[in-house]
Design a protein. Sequence first.
Length: 329
Amino acid sequence: MRIGVFLVAAGFPGREPGQVLRDTVEAIAVAEEVGFDDAWIAEHHFMSYGVCPSAATLAGVALGRTTRIRIGTAVSVLSTRHPVDLAEQAAILDQTSGGRFTLGVGRGGPWVDLEVFGTGLDRFERGFRESLDLLCDALAREEVCADGEFFSFRKVPMVPAVRLRPVVACTSPETVAIAAERGLPMLLGMHVGDAEKAAVLRDYAALAGDPPSPAGHVAAAVGHVADTTEQAVRELRQAMPRWLEPGLAGYVPVDGRARPPRDIPGYVDFLCETHPVGSPERCVRKILRTAEATGLRHLILMVEGAGDHARTLANIRRLGAEVLPRVRG
């Protein structure tokens, strides 16, 4: 099993965004210290749900603070970025870190980001395939050019040239198909349980001509440990709604489309029931059960749920000491 941490850079009430970013880097350094395999950084714009607007930039800071742990983006939003520009940034991080960087990308959503960055709703609705293919070309070739609907330019050299394959966040059948057609590993989110993850993996395998093992994919989960399961659940029930309610409200559709209401306490209960939240023994059982039910061998644990930096560091250290050795066998 590979186990990493997943840092949303969560904007809990009362936490100043600049300090959250500094704390995120410190959390990654602690995760390296206690033995986690990797750390993944989320990217969000114009909201408190996550206060890191450039996962690649913060990954560069974290790579400079560490020596062993791999750092990934979960994810860099491709619908608001030029794929070649993102490939150049990934190449810098790969070359200067000794190959410790993983680029995770996603389609994003129909949010106001598309308006602010000028890419528009069409890039989100129709442009992901073209964007991803151009990104993959730029990460695999000495030279790159484009002649498509959204990108058109003459052949240029990639400097530095690298050989990287992105991980693709898959939250819909369409993105699963896009990843499968290209043989790219998936990143699965926290909002689905083991049965749904297993179904997505089956769909992927059916669509891919020569699919990678499920072990090649990555799945996010909440990870929170306490002396007892009751204590761990109580801590997240108290803290997470204060972050999720205003945070999720920050997703503003660019075209005014209605957003379905979400039962925040119910969602927190789902996360606590579904993921490794509880005593060390329950966390170990949940991780091993997910591996058995899905074939996944790479989980990344969102460790910020208690809403306090000191608690986050304590959670990382305790997961590292009491859970990691037991799930690795």
